[in-house]
Design a protein around this ligand. Structure first.
Ligand code: URA
Length: 434
């Protein structure tokens, strides 16, 4: 079989069979098919899409590119959560401890920054000492001890996703339903889960800009999960402005920590509680969704979710004190304010623009091998619907290097829309699939 023929077949809209997909995925995982050919293949998938059969087969081979982690020795119902990617979306850091504090076992396998969106692993690693590269034995042990562990895809677990994910990040091939669905579901299903809650983002800061595409993505993932006998539910949620106020790795850890201490932003708190409630419900810890919501709220208010997060940070090598003493987290050395020249209402915030500005200043990567700068990012001072006066600060950029500051500031300025009329409120949770 020749890789170039398979690229051409996909480019021309053909359906690849199981042997052909196996050849590409196994070959790439083993390093026998080079990056440049897989980049071309990904671009072909981006434009030509995939049939349901191709998507199932691709996901299977991606799962089987590594070990399937057997968690049957860990007592309890295992439920994970994953977001399709957003700006300021730090819910995993809040939702996982909320669910774990309620008794759900949460084997959380997360990703890094992708495109203009942030990644849970990068956020957690901004906590000095925090390790996400645990061995499978360490992962299992921590789940048995604490009911929650955060890891990423490794050379052992879903390695194909690890390689494809970082290649997509730098080749303009992120926003594709089959590529997102197979990426998420392969790493999630490589771990012995009982259920999964998906947060499918839609809007300017999401990979799916239209609700109809977000729905198709949600249906594709719910379908893959169901075929593997998992309980899967997807919420379609608004990402037309960043979630909360903080965008950037250490900045988001600070906001997540404040939220777990009950002083977080309203939108972030509300969505985190709903996602945690769905996990608690799918774990059958609460008999109804309403009772699961009460349980999630209780775990937030009684401080048990925050204590769980601190225990997990400590267990994974991080300093839990940094969750209260933010000077122990990486801190930027410079700050630039962006203000509005005119009065009115904030009628829109282009979340993708905010994500791009944050990534440009160092919170994301230009090339696969780049290191991110955990200290930098953006803090919004306003949200959509708020009234501002001429000269009001809209956002602050936190930076450590000045080279890209001007450009980042320009992107950020262009991301705010001010109008004379107050915009209509937008729902945060738009739809449930599954
Ligand atoms: N999250 C993932 O894990 N993969 C994607 O492709 C997008 C979001």
């Amino acid at each position: 079989m020749r890789t170039a023929d398979l690229i051409q077949k996909k480019r021309d809209g053909g359906e690849l069979n199981s042997d052909e997909i196996k050849f590409l995925i196994e070959g790439y995982t083993k390093g026998e098919v080079p990056d440049y050919q897989i980049s071309a293949f990904l671009m072909a998938v981006f434009f030509a899409g995939m049939t349901d059969r191709e998507l199932s087969t691709l996901t299977d081979f991606m799962i089987n590119s590594g070990e399937r982690v057997d968690l049957s020795s860990v007592p309890g119902v295992k439920v994970d959560k994953h977001s399709t990617g957003g700006v300021g979306d730090k819910t995993s850091l809040i939702v996982a401890p909320l669910a774990a504090a309620a008794g759900v076992v949460v084997p959380m396998i997360s990703g890094r920054a992708l495109g203009h969106t942030g990644g849970t692993l990068d956020k957690l690693e901004s906590i000095p000492g925090f390790r996400t590269d645990l061995t499978i034995d360490e992962f299992r042990q921590q789940l048995a001890d604490l009911g929650l562990c955060f890891i990423g895809q490794t050379a052992q677990v879903a390695p194909a996703d690890g390689k494809l994910y970082s290649l997509r990040d730098v080749t303009g091939t992120v926003e594709s339903i089959p590529l997102i669905a197979s990426s998420i579901m392969s790493k999630k299903l490589a771990v012995g889960l009982d259920a999964l809650v998906l947060d499918v983002k839609v809007g300017s800061g999401a990979f799916m800009k239209r609700q109809v595409d977000a729905r198709r993505l949600a249906q594709a993932m719910v379908g893959i999960g169901r075929r593997m006998d998992k309980r899967v539910q997807a919420l379609i949620t608004d990402m037309s402005q960043p979630l909360g106020y903080a965008v950037g790795n250490a900045l988001e850890v600070m906001e997540a920590s404040q939220t777990l201490q009950t002083s977080g932003p309203e939108d972030l708190t509300r969505l985190s509680l709903e996602l945690a409630a769905r996990m608690i419900f799918l774990a059958r810890i609460a008999p109804t969704l309403e009772e699961a919501r009460e349980e999630a709220r209780r775990r937030l208010l009684d401080g048990s979710a925050y204590r769980k997060f601190k225990q997990v940070v400590q267990a994974q090598g991080g300093n839990p004190q940094s969750l209260e003493r933010f000077e122990l987290l990486p801190n930027a050395t410079g700050m630039r304010e962006i203000s509005t020249p005119r009065s009115g209402y904030v009628s829109g915030i282009d979340a993708e623009g905010i994500g791009r500005a944050s990534s440009w200043i160092g919170a994301g990567r230009d090339r696969k091998e780049d290191a991110i700068d955990p200290a930098v990012g953006i803090i919004l001072e306003v949200k959509v619907g708020e009234r501002v006066d001429a000269g009001s600060v809209l956002a602050r950029i936190y930076y450590t290097r000045e080279e890209r500051l001007e450009e980042a500031a320009e992107i950020l300025e262009g991301a705010f829309f001010i109008s004379a009329q107050r915009p209509e409120d937008r729902e945060l949770i738009l739809e449930v699939v599954g």
